[in-house]
Every structure is written in C-alpha cells, then in structure tokens.
Design a binder for this molecule. Structure first.
Ligand code: TRP
Length: 447
C-alpha cells in the first residue's frame, strides 16, 4: 500500500497551519471589530478566549487529526462509527462555504488596492481622503465583482492544480517578510503625533465598555483567527508525523497569530487617532488607515505595494485552506475528481458571494436583521457557526477519544508534565462548552 503522504518537514506543517490561521482575521477583522466593540476591553476578552478556549481547542483538533490520520469527516466516522457525529465535519464544510464567500470579497478589495497602488492611484492624497476613496471603491459594483471573481479564480487555480508545494516554499519567505513590514508600519504609526491615544484605546481595557455583544464578537474573533470550528486543523494534522510534538505546534501557531494581531492593532489605532479617523469605521478601517500611514513614510508607495502584496499572499493561503476542506470532502482524496470539484465549488462560492460584494453599493438598502448582507453572513459564520462547531468539537473529543490516546498524542515528542494534561482536559471538557453556551444564552437574553 502506498504510504500516506506526510508533511515533508515540521516547518511545512506549521507554515500550512499558520498560513491558514494568519490572514484577514488578524489583520483586517481584528482592528475593525475591536474598533466597533470597545477597543481594549475587546482585546482583553479576545486574549482570554484565545488562551483559555481557542488554544485548547486547537490541540483537540490536532489530536483528533493525528490520532486518526484521516480528513475531518472520516476522522469523526472512525472514532464514532455509525453515529451522527460526523455531521461536525459536514457543518465545517458548510461553514467554510459561507466563510469563503465573503472572505473572497475582501480578498477582492485587496486586489483592487494592489492594482491601484501599482498604477499610482493611491499616492499623494491627503490622509483624510482615503476613507472616502475606500467607500467609492467598494460602491462600484463592476470593480468589486471583477475583483471578487479574480480572487476566487486564483484560489481555485491553486487548489485544483496542486501547486501547494510551491506555496509552502514561498510562505517561508513571505510570512517573515510580512512580519518585518508590519514592524516598520508599527514604528511609523507609533511615532505619529497623538499616537498614544490609539495605544490606550487598543490596550487599556475600559471594563464598563463590556457588553454581551463585545463578548460574542471577541469569542468569534478568537475562533476565526485560528481557523477553528470547521475541523480544518483536523485535516491538516492528519498528515503530521507521529514524532512531532502537538503542544509545541499549538504554541507556534497561537503565538504567531497573537503576535500579528497585536501588531495589526498597534499599526492601525495610533494612526486612527493621529489622523482623526473613527475607530468604529467598520470593514473599511484598514483600507482607509494604512494608505494614510504609508503616505507619511519615505518611499511610502513602494512599501505600500509590497505590504499589500504580502497581505494578498497571507489572504490567499487562508482562502486555499477553506476551499481545500470543501474539495477534500467532495473528492475523498480521489485525485481525478479534484479539478472538477475545485472549479464547481469555487464558482458556486463566487456566486454566493455576489450579494456580499454588492452590499456596500447597489444593495446598500438590502438589510438582513438590520445588517448589510456582507455583515449578516460574517455574523452568522463568525459568531454563530464557528462557535457551534467549536462547542461540538469540545464535547466530542474528550467524550469519544479514550483518555490514554489523548495523553499519548499530547505527550508524544515532548516531556510535558501530566498536570498540563489535567488542565487541558478541564478546559476542553468543562470550560469551553460552558463558556460558549453562556455567551450564547447571554446574547439572546436568557441569562
Ligand atoms: N483564519 C483565517 C484568517 O484569520 C480565516 C480562515 C481560514 C478560517 N480558514 C478558516 C477561519 C477556517 C475559520 C475556519 O484570516
């Protein structure tokens, strides 16, 4: 029998998992949801959710994947045959569909900005003109749709053709480059006049700002930015060799993701206050603020082009992982079906994303529960479906996988103390489901 393909190197796995995790979540979503939900209070709750709930959950997904060596749906089937638990995997596929439909719209905005920055269309504006510019860009239905379409085609093209190896190699350089450029922006942003107000807004929690919505959004953000709740990490870790330490991989992915979230906030908020933007600007926040920061830098337009290209790369690696879950669940590793599955699923996602792409322009007045279509899909995915997926996984893993298997997977390749196992088990078995349930009940007003 052919040996099951494995990651060629540990770093390959970390890069793929981190590549899925790091993307628009940390860089685009975090600043804008923090800005609309109370700044520092939001970030504090987001940190707590990340460390106490999302991080243990990431380990749970890794353990499920590596112990079964199967993609998500088959992994649930193997652990609990003949039951309905594999619907967790299916729910993940549906969620990924919806997620990618609006993710790709934002990917399209990035393409538009890349195009404009290369052709010089972003240079030499006054800082306060970038906000209106973004609103014009997203209000143009043709441009937004073409960009969304091109982004989806790029995603499909990579996923169908298996050039993932090349992507894996490229991310070894692109990711560190993105980090370095981010550090440069942070330094520039922090040295603007009035920057400190932004730092305080982002990092000093004002506990009176906490509402049940703040908590819901912070929870959703912690799952979104680590790609949790859709079992993608189950599939990825199923290719990981037995000798690798899972807790260490969890530490790397969470560490990188938190670090880039922190950098994103420190790049954006000082500039928001220095230039007089509104932190609650919404999904356009980074598109209005970042060009303004770069315009204040020597060689700003060159740096901006480079930055936006790297951001596009980070966004694409996340989009691949989303389409990959869907394709893997359709083809069940039958390579002959891969092309067709990638194109049909990808084009369907494009169509589903059309109303999102139009929702800040021609469909401005079309609201669902008072939200523009784009925000409604994002809300449904990030704040409802991902937490439900996470809740089910946190119930499934400790309930269905025997304790000795859990411990074996956790301790392989490290000499981790047994007390960490007890702590992890407590967090995943009790804290995670109870916390997620309380947040839900609190939002709908039951408690
Ligand atoms: N984590 C990615 C980001 O922050 C988005 C993403 C990719 C994702 N795959 C996912 C989110 C699966 C949830 C589930 O940009």
């Amino acid at each position: 029998m052919k040996k099951r393909e494995q990651w060629t190197s540990k770093i390959g796995f970390i890069l793929a998992a981190a590549g899925s995790a790091i993307g628009l979540g940390a860089i685009w979503k975090l600043p804008y949801v923090a800005g609309t939900n109370g700044g520092g209070a939001f970030f504090l709750i987001f940190l707590l959710f990340t460390l106490l709930i999302a991080m243990p959950l990431l380990l749970a997904e890794f353990i499920l994947g590596r112990s079964t060596q199967k993609e998500a749906v088959s992994a649930y089937r193997q652990v609990s045959p003949g039951t309905k638990w594999h619907w967790i995997g299916r729910l993940g596929v549906i969620t990924s569909f919806l997620l990618l439909s609006f993710y790709s719209v934002v990917g399209g905005w990035i393409l538009i900005y890349l195009f404009r920055s290369i052709t010089g269309g972003l240079a030499s504006l006054e800082a306060d003109q970038y906000g209106p510019l973004f609103n014009n860009v997203i209000a143009n239905p043709v441009e937004a749709l073409i960009a969304h379409f091109i982004f989806m085609i790029l995603t499909i093209w990579v996923v169908q053709g298996g050039i993932q190896k090349g992507i894996e190699r490229a991310s070894k350089y692109m990711m560190p480059a993105l980090f370095i450029l981010f550090l440069i922006i942070v330094i520039r942003s922090l040295s603007l006049d009035g920057a400190w107000e932004g730092v305080t807004f982002f990092l000093q929690p004002d506990l009176s700002e906490i509402t049940s919505e703040t908590i819901l959004f912070a929870m959703g953000q912690s799952f979104f930015s680590l790609s949790l709740g859709v079992s993608i990490m189950v599939t990825y870790s199923s290719y990981l060799p037995k000798e690798e330490s899972l807790p260490r991989s969890v530490g790397s992915v969470v560490g990188l993701s938190l670090f880039i979230s922190l950098l994103a906030g420190l790049a954006i908020f000082p500039a928001v206050f220095a230039f007089g933007f509104e932190p609650s600007e919404g999904p356009g926040l980074i598109f209005a603020v970042l060009p303004a920061v770069f315009s204040q830098m020597a060689f700003g337009s060159v740096f901006f082009t480079l930055f936006i290209a790297l951001l596009l790369f980070a966004t694409l690696t996340s989009a691949f992982s989303l389409l990959e879950i869907i394709v893997a669940s359709i083809t069940k590793n039958d390579q002959e079906k891969r092309k067709k599955a990638a194109w049909s699923a990808g084009l369907l996602i494009f169509v589903m994303g059309i109303p999102s792409a139009l929702s800040f322009g021609v469909m401005n007045d079309f609201l669902i529960f008072g939200l523009p279509f784009f925000d409604a899909v994002d809300f449904l995915v990030s704040n409802i479906l991902l937490p439900i997926g996470a809740l089910l996984i946190s119930i499934f893993v400790p309930l269905k996988i025997p304790k000795d298997v859990l411990w074996k997977e956790m301790s392989q390749g490290t000499n981790i103390a047994k007390k960490w196992f007890a702590i992890w088990l407590f967090l995943i078995r009790y804290l995670a489901p109870v916390a997620i349930a309380i947040v839900f009940l609190n939002v709908i007003g039951v408690i």
